[in-house]
Design a protein around this ligand. Structure first.
Ligand SMILES: Nc1ncnc2c1ncn2[C@@H]1O[C@H](COP(=O)(O)OP(=O)(O)OP(=O)(O)O)[C@@H](O)[C@H]1O
Length: 470
């Protein structure tokens, strides 16, 4: 019996060094008693460097409160499987599933044992799959956009604030008619979504919805695109239907109308007045049976004043005028939109985010959103990239740090200039603290993300008293 015991003890270390799970055993003082090869590989440390050393010295980013081994020593209770993410000494981002147990001898606590399963490569694979799903999702969105079909319906439009609801009510009413609609509002407020929804709610829903951004193509090319070309009209010209023909019986959505060349504005007006369109170089005229919806980021009054938009065309196209308010004027829509984006992104990212923390939401409502709803969508998508797979709440630390900088400007704009330097410092401190935590307390990486030198960041960390403790 004693022989068997000694054989087992002789081979115990060898056995633990062959398994594919990290094992770390500390004594009651927190000093390492046993540390297997796999644990050394995960941490990027040399086993001999670790034996006999105190874990708080080994992992400087850990404290008595954050170290799970220390916690088990203090409480005597086991900590079941939990996911840990950190950067090891080689700078590699590691993700493990750890279980930590107290070790007793005759009822007396003599140490703690941690076993760690390295899931970094599984998570990387998982991320690759999600990345592919993401690409597929974006490709599908692009495909729908180019197919001549409108995807959005009024039920997809989120918002309950008064200015948004007013715009929605007007849009719903106008979907029953074929009058021209002019939608204005800053970038990302949903002008194209409104245009598609108007089309989809109307009698032309089964006919094409053709969108053209007037700012995206040079005027000489756009003329052929809009009105079509006849073979031989100019060198290399082929018979090609223009947007009016393509959208026949449906809706033609002209985005960024104020960027349309004035010559083309005149030609467009003629087509609308005559109700007929002719391809460039062609002889046949065809009926221009399209409903026109236009949009622009600029206030139409300003576009008229600056000579970017012809008055006669404006009167023709603005029979119904819909103004979409910037997101910062409809703060109460932000929580609804956040939930909408969370629901939309959960299946794309394979996550189960259920909510956003009050602090994070406060941060979002304090921001001035120059890119409006589109920017909010991107901020939530960015947060999805920051959360760990077992997290269910978007926290402030997951949000892009850029949201802070803009708030400083917004607050400065809204008065209180005398206290700006203090506020700037406070914001800078917050931005650094968030980025530091987000980057696993790695100074070099944080400096890189913030676009500053490592030494400069170290100086600010000391000055603001930002420690590694989360
Ligand atoms: N009310 C809304 N509900 C849900 N999503 C919205 C809403 N408004 C905008 N979005 C989101 O914002 C994105 C941008 O919308 P859209 O392209 O319609 O904006 P836009 O005003 O036409 O922008 P731009 O002037 O830059 O072309 C959409 O893809 C959608 O995700």
């Amino acid at each position: 019996m004693s022989d068997r015991k000694s054989i087992v003890s002789d081979y115990f270390e060898k056995i633990l060094n062959t398994i594919d799970v990290g094992v770390h055993f500390i004594d009651q003082e927190g000093n390492t008693v046993f540390y297997n090869d796999k644990m050394a590989e995960i941490d990027g440390l040399d086993r001999e460097q670790v034996l006999g050393k105190n874990i708080l010295h080994l992992y400087p980013s850990l404290t008595q409160e954050t170290s799970t081994l220390e916690k088990v020593l203090q409480t005597g209770q086991q900590l079941p499987a939990h996911i840990q993410t950190y950067f090891n000494v080689t700078g590699k981002r590691i993700m493990t599933v750890n279980s930590t147990y107290p070790l007793y001898d005759n009822g007396k606590l003599i140490g703690a044992l941690e076993v760690a399963k390295d899931i970094t490569s599984i998570v990387q694979l998982h991320d690759q799959i999600l990345d592919l799903r993401h690409q597929l999702y974006q490709a599908k969105q692009k495909e729908n956009k180019n197919k001549g079909t409108a995807r959005y319906e009024f039920s997809d439009l989120i918002g309950r604030s008064k200015p948004f609801q007013d715009a929605l009510t007007l849009a719903k009413k106008t979907s029953r008619t074929v009058s021209p609609v002019m939608i204005s509002g800053p970038t990302g407020t949903g002008k194209e979504l409104f245009a598609q929804s108007i089309h989809n709610a109307g009698a032309r829903r089964n006919r094409p919805f053709i969108a053209q951004n007037c700012a995206a193509v040079p005027a000489d090319l756009l003329e052929g695109i809009m009105f079509g070309t006849a073979r031989g009209a100019f060198t290399g010209a082929v018979d090609r239907a223009g947007l009016f023909e393509q959208a026949s019986g449906g809706t033609l959505f002209l985005d960024e109308l104020s960027s349309l060349d004035v010559y083309l504005q005149a030609k467009l007006l003629r087509v609308l007045q005559d109700g007929m369109v002719r391809r460039i170089g062609g002889t046949n005229e065809q009926q221009a049976d399209v409903r026109i919806i236009t949009a622009m980021n600029m206030d139409p009054a300003q576009a008229l004043e600056e000579g970017l938009l012809r008055y006669d065309l404006f009167y023709r196209l603005s029979v119904v005028k819909i103004e979409l308010p910037p997101l910062q004027h409809r703060e109460e829509d932000i929580p609804l939109l956040v939930n909408h984006f969370i629901e939309k992104l959960n299946p794309v990212f394979g996550l189960q985010i259920r909510s956003i923390s009050p602090d994070a939401l406060r941060r979002l409502t304090a921001y001035n959103w120059p890119g409006n709803v589109r920017e909010l969508g991107h901020a939530i998508e960015s947060a999805f990239n920051m959360v760990e797979i077992d997290e269910e709440t978007i926290e402030e630390r997951h949000l892009p740090s850029g949201l802070l900088v803009n708030r400083v400007i917004a607050e400065a704009d809204s008065g209180g200039h005398d206290r700006l330097p203090e506020r700037m410092k406070q914001m800078e401190r917050e931005a650094i603290a968030i980025a530091f935590r987000k980057n696993g307390f790695n100074v070099s990486q944080t400096a890189q993300e913030l676009g500053m030198k490592r030494q400069a960041l170290q100086y600010k960390l000391n000055r603001y008293g930002i420690t590694k403790k989360p």
